[in-house]
Design a protein around this ligand. Structure first.
Ligand code: C5P
Ligand code: MG
Length: 174
Protein backbone atom coordinates (compact mmCIF):
# COMPACT_ATOMS: atom_id res chain seq x y z
CA UNK A 1 0.00 0.00 0.00
CA UNK A 2 1.25 3.49 -0.80
CA UNK A 3 1.99 5.68 2.16
CA UNK A 4 0.94 9.35 2.01
CA UNK A 5 2.46 11.83 4.43
CA UNK A 6 1.61 15.47 5.04
CA UNK A 7 4.04 18.09 6.29
CA UNK A 8 3.53 21.60 7.64
CA UNK A 9 6.07 24.43 7.62
CA UNK A 10 6.10 27.97 8.99
CA UNK A 11 8.70 30.73 9.00
CA UNK A 12 9.08 34.42 9.75
CA UNK A 13 11.82 36.92 8.90
CA UNK A 14 12.27 40.57 9.81
CA UNK A 15 11.90 43.20 7.10
CA UNK A 16 14.70 45.71 6.81
CA UNK A 17 15.99 48.30 4.32
CA UNK A 18 19.01 47.35 2.19
CA UNK A 19 18.14 43.68 1.77
CA UNK A 20 16.44 41.97 -1.19
CA UNK A 21 12.95 40.51 -0.91
CA UNK A 22 13.37 36.97 -2.24
CA UNK A 23 10.33 34.70 -2.28
CA UNK A 24 10.48 31.22 -3.77
CA UNK A 25 13.78 32.15 -5.42
CA UNK A 26 12.28 35.22 -7.13
CA UNK A 27 13.50 38.72 -6.27
CA UNK A 28 10.52 41.05 -5.83
CA UNK A 29 11.20 44.81 -6.09
CA UNK A 30 10.61 46.27 -2.62
CA UNK A 31 11.87 49.04 -0.33
CA UNK A 32 12.26 46.48 2.45
CA UNK A 33 13.85 43.05 2.22
CA UNK A 34 14.21 40.05 4.47
CA UNK A 35 16.87 39.83 7.14
CA UNK A 36 18.61 36.51 7.77
CA UNK A 37 21.78 34.44 7.61
CA UNK A 38 20.95 32.95 4.21
CA UNK A 39 19.06 34.85 1.49
CA UNK A 40 16.17 34.77 4.03
CA UNK A 41 13.68 33.38 1.51
CA UNK A 42 10.88 32.87 4.01
CA UNK A 43 8.69 30.98 1.51
CA UNK A 44 11.39 28.47 0.56
CA UNK A 45 12.18 27.96 4.25
CA UNK A 46 8.55 27.15 5.08
CA UNK A 47 8.33 24.67 2.19
CA UNK A 48 11.65 23.09 3.18
CA UNK A 49 10.38 22.56 6.73
CA UNK A 50 7.14 21.08 5.39
CA UNK A 51 9.10 18.54 3.29
CA UNK A 52 11.38 17.67 6.22
CA UNK A 53 8.35 17.42 8.50
CA UNK A 54 6.45 15.07 6.20
CA UNK A 55 9.43 12.71 6.17
CA UNK A 56 10.11 13.21 9.92
CA UNK A 57 13.61 14.44 9.11
CA UNK A 58 13.82 17.27 11.64
CA UNK A 59 13.84 20.92 10.62
CA UNK A 60 15.82 23.32 8.46
CA UNK A 61 18.05 24.56 11.30
CA UNK A 62 19.16 21.00 12.01
CA UNK A 63 20.41 20.56 8.45
CA UNK A 64 21.53 24.15 7.79
CA UNK A 65 22.46 25.82 11.10
CA UNK A 66 22.49 29.64 10.89
CA UNK A 67 25.81 29.54 12.80
CA UNK A 68 27.48 27.82 9.81
CA UNK A 69 29.36 30.31 7.60
CA UNK A 70 28.76 28.00 4.59
CA UNK A 71 25.12 29.13 4.53
CA UNK A 72 25.81 32.87 4.78
CA UNK A 73 23.88 34.47 1.92
CA UNK A 74 22.94 31.02 0.59
CA UNK A 75 20.31 30.56 -2.10
CA UNK A 76 17.50 28.91 -0.11
CA UNK A 77 16.42 26.85 -3.11
CA UNK A 78 19.49 24.77 -2.23
CA UNK A 79 17.88 23.93 1.15
CA UNK A 80 14.71 22.92 -0.64
CA UNK A 81 16.56 20.64 -3.08
CA UNK A 82 18.48 19.07 -0.22
CA UNK A 83 15.30 18.36 1.77
CA UNK A 84 13.77 16.74 -1.32
CA UNK A 85 16.82 14.58 -1.89
CA UNK A 86 16.81 13.44 1.75
CA UNK A 87 13.13 12.52 1.40
CA UNK A 88 13.86 10.76 -1.93
CA UNK A 89 16.61 8.69 -0.27
CA UNK A 90 13.91 7.37 2.01
CA UNK A 91 11.60 6.61 -0.91
CA UNK A 92 9.36 9.70 -0.76
CA UNK A 93 8.32 11.85 -3.72
CA UNK A 94 6.61 15.21 -3.50
CA UNK A 95 3.00 15.27 -4.73
CA UNK A 96 2.05 18.93 -4.27
CA UNK A 97 2.69 22.12 -2.31
CA UNK A 98 0.25 24.70 -1.01
CA UNK A 99 1.80 27.81 0.54
CA UNK A 100 0.80 31.26 1.82
CA UNK A 101 3.03 34.33 2.16
CA UNK A 102 1.77 36.93 4.64
CA UNK A 103 3.22 40.33 3.82
CA UNK A 104 1.65 43.78 4.05
CA UNK A 105 3.37 45.23 1.00
CA UNK A 106 4.32 45.21 -1.80
CA UNK A 107 1.44 43.46 -3.57
CA UNK A 108 2.73 40.12 -4.74
CA UNK A 109 0.05 38.98 -7.16
CA UNK A 110 2.03 40.10 -10.23
CA UNK A 111 4.84 37.78 -9.15
CA UNK A 112 2.68 34.71 -8.51
CA UNK A 113 3.44 33.10 -11.90
CA UNK A 114 7.18 33.67 -11.63
CA UNK A 115 7.27 32.27 -8.09
CA UNK A 116 5.16 29.23 -8.99
CA UNK A 117 7.29 28.53 -12.07
CA UNK A 118 10.55 28.83 -10.14
CA UNK A 119 9.29 26.55 -7.37
CA UNK A 120 7.82 24.03 -9.82
CA UNK A 121 11.17 23.83 -11.66
CA UNK A 122 13.09 23.48 -8.39
CA UNK A 123 10.72 20.88 -6.98
CA UNK A 124 10.33 18.93 -10.22
CA UNK A 125 6.55 19.38 -10.14
CA UNK A 126 3.99 20.36 -12.76
CA UNK A 127 2.76 23.92 -12.31
CA UNK A 128 -0.70 22.78 -11.24
CA UNK A 129 0.85 21.07 -8.23
CA UNK A 130 2.35 24.30 -6.87
CA UNK A 131 -0.01 26.76 -5.18
CA UNK A 132 1.20 30.08 -3.76
CA UNK A 133 -1.21 32.43 -2.02
CA UNK A 134 -0.72 35.91 -0.57
CA UNK A 135 -2.35 37.66 2.36
CA UNK A 136 -1.86 40.86 4.31
CA UNK A 137 -2.13 40.84 8.10
CA UNK A 138 -4.66 43.69 7.97
CA UNK A 139 -2.06 46.12 9.44
CA UNK A 140 -2.07 44.14 12.69
CA UNK A 141 0.96 42.83 14.59
CA UNK A 142 4.58 42.71 13.38
CA UNK A 143 3.61 41.49 9.90
CA UNK A 144 0.81 44.03 9.57
CA UNK A 145 3.18 46.81 10.64
CA UNK A 146 5.65 45.75 7.88
CA UNK A 147 8.25 44.67 10.40
CA UNK A 148 8.21 41.05 9.25
CA UNK A 149 7.01 38.61 6.61
CA UNK A 150 5.64 35.19 7.32
CA UNK A 151 5.08 32.05 5.25
CA UNK A 152 3.16 28.84 5.79
CA UNK A 153 3.31 25.68 3.69
CA UNK A 154 1.68 22.28 3.49
CA UNK A 155 3.07 19.47 1.35
CA UNK A 156 2.15 15.89 0.61
CA UNK A 157 4.72 13.19 -0.01
CA UNK A 158 3.98 9.76 -1.40
CA UNK A 159 6.15 6.78 -0.46
CA UNK A 160 7.08 4.35 -3.22
CA UNK A 161 5.79 0.81 -2.73
CA UNK A 162 9.40 -0.36 -2.45
CA UNK A 163 10.16 2.17 0.25
CA UNK A 164 12.39 0.81 2.99
CA UNK A 165 11.99 1.76 6.62
CA UNK A 166 14.63 1.98 9.34
CA UNK A 167 16.89 -1.06 9.29
CA UNK A 168 15.93 -1.83 5.71
CA UNK A 169 12.56 -3.43 6.47
CA UNK A 170 9.40 -2.85 4.41
CA UNK A 171 7.21 -0.29 6.28
CA UNK A 172 4.44 -2.85 6.75
CA UNK A 173 6.82 -5.10 8.73
CA UNK A 174 8.72 -2.35 10.55
O1 C5P B 1 -5.01 40.16 3.03
P1 C5P B 1 -6.11 40.40 2.07
O2 C5P B 1 -7.22 39.40 2.22
O3 C5P B 1 -6.59 41.81 2.08
O4 C5P B 1 -5.50 40.21 0.62
C1 C5P B 1 -6.33 40.33 -0.49
C2 C5P B 1 -5.62 39.83 -1.72
O5 C5P B 1 -4.51 40.66 -2.05
C3 C5P B 1 -5.03 38.44 -1.55
O6 C5P B 1 -5.98 37.45 -1.84
C4 C5P B 1 -3.89 38.45 -2.54
O7 C5P B 1 -4.32 38.03 -3.80
C5 C5P B 1 -3.48 39.90 -2.62
N1 C5P B 1 -2.22 40.20 -1.91
C6 C5P B 1 -1.08 40.43 -2.64
N2 C5P B 1 0.08 40.77 -2.01
C7 C5P B 1 0.13 40.86 -0.67
C8 C5P B 1 -1.01 40.59 0.09
C9 C5P B 1 -2.19 40.27 -0.56
O8 C5P B 1 -1.09 40.35 -3.86
N3 C5P B 1 1.29 41.22 -0.11
MG1 MG C 1 13.94 31.22 7.64
Amino acid sequence: MREYRTGIGWDLHRLTPGRPLILGGVTVPSELGLEGHSDADVLSHAITDAVLGAAALGDIGMHFPDSDPRWAGADSLLFLRHALSLAAERGYRLVHVDATVILERPKLQDYRSAIREKLAATLGLDLDRVSVKFKTAEKLGPVGESRAAEAQAVVMLVGSQNRLGPGGCKPITC
